[in-house]
Design a protein. Sequence first.
Length: 283
Amino acid sequence: MIIFKKAADLRHYLDEEKKSKRSVGFAPTMGALHRGHISLLEASKKDNDITISSIFINPAQFNDPTDFEKYPVTIEKDIYLLEKAGCDILFLPLVAEIYPDGFNNHKQYDLGKLETLLEGKFRPGHFQGVCMVVERLLNIVCPGKLYLGQKDYQQCMVINRLIQLMDIEKDTTLVVCPTLREPDGLAMSSRNMRLNEEERKRAVAIYNVLTSIKNYLQPSSLITIKDKAVEKLVAKGFRVDYVEIADAITLEPVTEWDGRQKLVALVAAFNNEVRLIDNMLIN
Ligand code: AMP
């Protein structure tokens, strides 16, 4: 695996490779890698000649400074895991490399309702920060395919929108990979490393709530089902940002279900200090 720290060096290398028409798959990450991340690389390796990953903890997307400070860093293990997975290139930039002019006075991306719904509402500015870093990374890597995890459902929708805004739909296809879970169902996440033993045991309640929403779904009002889910999480000791059942395409909340509309259930809740998110396509 070749590690590049400078965008210009990586770009130069890829320009040479692309002369021989080699296809490029890209899976950006913030490090603290787990099997969920590795599954994105595996998907890319199947489809592309060159697989690139990046590790960059993007300060612009953290609306909570404590979350940023406490974000796990396991760079040596990450490099080992990437090597083992057969990743060809790792882009490992410093903040100044990504944001030479800082990241405060940036342009605004028109994300429509995605900006005010769910994660958009509870993490103001978060998706603007995500778009900043992903636009920069896409401009450097220019991948034919971009691999993201369904774990961050709304983020996938935001990046889909970004690809339209950048007018690169013809060049870059978004591939959404399934959420990898622990044996008890907890969605793998870098933030799980921050959970103590008791919190880790409790964390599975989020998966259980999503599963019971899926099992009890009926064509009728969804209000009770959502309220019950919130109650269950609160009873377990979570501070709930939201439990939502939404249209899987638009992410608009659905309160009355006609039995046909495709739905996704989404949860964001604090397990003490650690905010966890998960989602499930439920029909
Ligand atoms: P992160 O490092 O958390 O920014 O995640 C980098 C990429 O890995 C994003 O596209 C995530 O959606 C994806 N990802 C995170 N957790 C999982 C998981 N459990 N299964 C599959 N993909 C994941």
